[in-house]
Each structure stands twice: as C-alpha cells, then as structure tokens.
Design a protein around this ligand. Structure first.
Ligand SMILES: Cc1cc2nc3c(=O)[nH]c(=O)nc-3n(C[C@H](O)[C@H](O)[C@H](O)COP(=O)(O)OP(=O)(O)OC[C@H]3O[C@@H](n4cnc5c(N)ncnc54)[C@H](O)[C@@H]3O)c2cc1C
Length: 292
C-alpha cells in the first residue's frame, strides 16, 4: 500500500519548524513530524497514520550533535542518528547503558536513518530507550510555540506510544546526568530474531558498596503500555548482598509485581511475566560481574 496524500514541508531551522507547526495547528491541520522515518514511514504506508501534512526535520543540522557539558551531562541532539551514538567513544564512555541499548536497536540500516529523538518521541513500549531513560533519569528538551521546556523521564512517557510532547512540540535534545564511575549496569532482552523489537527486556543500574546493593534502578520494557520501573524488586534489593540468590529473588519479585503484561501472538502475558523475572536476575548478575 502507498501512503495517503499529504503536504510536505522541510523547514531549514528550528525556529522555522516551530513556527510552521504552530501555523499548521492554528489552521486545524492534522500534521506529523518526521525524523528518520523508520517507524513513521511503515505507519504511513500501512495507512495506520494519515496526517494531512508532514514536517520533516532532516534539514535541522542544529539538532545533530553529541556534547559533554561542563557539569558532565551528556547532551544528544534529537536528530543525531542512532548509529552516530553507537560510533561515539564519548557516548560509550559517558553513558555505557544508553550506548549498549542503542546497539540493540534494530539493524545498522535502521540505526543509520533512525534518530535518537525519534525513538524517544515514538515511545514504543518494546523499545529499549524509555526503560533506559527511567533508569538514568534522562531529561528531554522540547521547543514549541510556548517556548522551550524540559521534561523529566518520569513525566515524559505517558502511555502506549504517547509522550508528554504536544503535537506542536519538537523534541530537541535528550540529556543524561553523569553516570558515576563504578556504578553497575546491564540491559538484557529477549526477541524472536536479532534486531527485532524485544518481546521483553530489562535495563538496570546500581552501586555495590561494601558488598551491598545501593541506589537500585530497574525498568522493564515490552511488557506494559510503557516502560515501567520495577520498584518492588528495587526496594527488596536495597541494602541486600550483591549475590546470585538475592538476584533470583529480585527477579521473582519483579515478575510477580507486574500489573498486567501485554499479550500478543508471539508471547502471552504469563510468558512475558516469566521473561521479566529471568531477565532481571540475569541482568543483575551481569551488572555485578562487571569490573567498572
Ligand atoms: C525492522 C525494525 C526494527 C526495529 N527495531 C527496533 C528496536 O529493536 N528497538 C527500538 O527502540 N526501535 C526499533 N525500531 C524503530 C526504530 O528505532 C526507529 O528509528 C525509531 O523508532 C524512530 O526514529 P525515527 O527517527 O526513524 O523517527 P520517525 O519514524 O521519523 O518518527 C517516529 C515518531 O516520532 C515522532 N518524532 C520523531 N522525531 C521527533 C522530534 N524530534 N520531535 C517530536 N516528535 C518526533 C514522529 O512524529 C513519529 O510519531 C525498529 C524499526 C524497524 C523498521
């Protein structure tokens, strides 16, 4: 199938893009932003999305950057490709969990075209990114006709493929606070084929102090309408020995505490629950064994 007809715009600056979206909105136009098109193009082709206008961000070179700020925060422009993030030694060094998650996204061709901002804005529940954002307390910078604003990760992901962005907002950057040296991290997922979206996955980070788990953050993806923090497992692990038996227990608690895992032809709700338990225990073990 071919996409339904639409008007096409490619503004050449962020200011022009923000003004254009505001104007289209005021005119009552149903418009959509397009970045790398890796998720939106299939939706257009299948006519799941039928916007009257597309606003293409591809000319906004000002949103294509990877920078370390003075306070150590890593800022990534929304139009930076995922492959650029994978290839960046700065990203690998400063944000190893985000880097590892990006390596798991699709295939190289998809990472070449797909933008970092597009994945966060798309908010696919099976994407690695929302879970990583919850673990890392990522902040999102957006620009709209009311000016720029910053949205913390816990408020950004609202529900299934829905974020706090308005239709006239452009996600401009994602920012990651410094990841402390020695903090443990891991991401584990299960998918049917390499490069597929995960049936379920877990991202996590914690410290080990005097052999005990501290400041534990665990989030699951692919199981509910949006990524979820596994707070029951986090609380159970806090202050407990960083040992396999505790990790197994945390996995069981994480699985039991899930509200209502999704079900589809590839994985039942109960299977997803089982996966979260296994992947949580496995990721905790992997993170604890990490030397840095
Ligand atoms: C075969 C295949 C496998 C994939 N596997 C994975 C995977 O394992 N993990 C994963 O996370 N993803 C996966 N994806 C999705 C892929 O990562 C997409 O690149 C990503 O979801 C969207 O990025 P994009 O730049 O292509 O955005 P687009 O497709 O252009 O846009 C996606 C959505 O985000 C909105 N949007 C984009 N940029 C902005 C912005 N700056 N501001 C506001 N709104 C914006 C658009 O309006 C649209 O609603 C896969 C895709 C394919 C085709």
């Amino acid at each position: 199938m071919k996409p339904a007809p639409f008007e096409y715009y490619a503004p050449s600056s962020l200011t022009d893009a923000v003004d254009l979206l505001a104007q289209l909105d005021a005119d009552g136009c149903d418009m959509k932003i397009i970045a790398g098109g890796q998720s939106l193009m299939p939706m257009l082709a299948l006519r799941v999305a039928r916007p009257e206008a597309l606003v293409d961000l591809r000319l906004l070179g000002e949103l294509d950057y990877i920078r370390k700020q003075e306070d150590g925060t890593l800022a990534i422009g929304a139009m930076t490709s995922k492959q650029a993030a994978v290839d960046s030694p700065l990203v690998k060094d400063a944000q190893p969990l985000f880097h590892a998650a990006t390596e798991l996204v699709g295939h190289r061709q998809i990472r070449n075209r797909g933008s970092v901002g597009g994945s966060f804005a798309h908010a696919d529940p099976a994407s690695e990114y929302p879970a990583v954002a919850l673990v890392l307390d990522t902040e999102f910078d957006a620009s709209g006709h009311n000016g720029p604003r910053t949205i913390p990760a816990q408020d950004f992901f609202v529900t299934y493929m829905t974020t706090a962005l308005e239709s006239t907002d452009i996600l401009t950057a994602v920012r990651f606070a410094p990841f402390p040296y020695g903090r443990r991290w891991a991401i584990q997922e299960f998918s049917r084929r390499n490069g597929d979206l995960a049936l379920a996955g877990v991202a996590l980070a914690f410290n080990i102090e005097a052999g005990l788990c501290r400041d534990v953050r665990i989030a699951a993806f692919g199981v509910e309408a949006t990524a979820v923090r596994l707070t029951a497992a986090e609380q159970m692990l806090e202050g407990r020995p960083a040992q396999g038996v505790e990790f197994e227990r945390a996995g069981k608690i994480a699985a039991a505490a899930l509200d209502d895992p999704m079900s589809c032809i590839h994985a039942s709700s109960e299977y997803r629950r089982h996966l979260v338990g296994v992947l949580t225990a496995r990721a905790l073990g992997e993170a604890a064994a990490r030397s840095n």
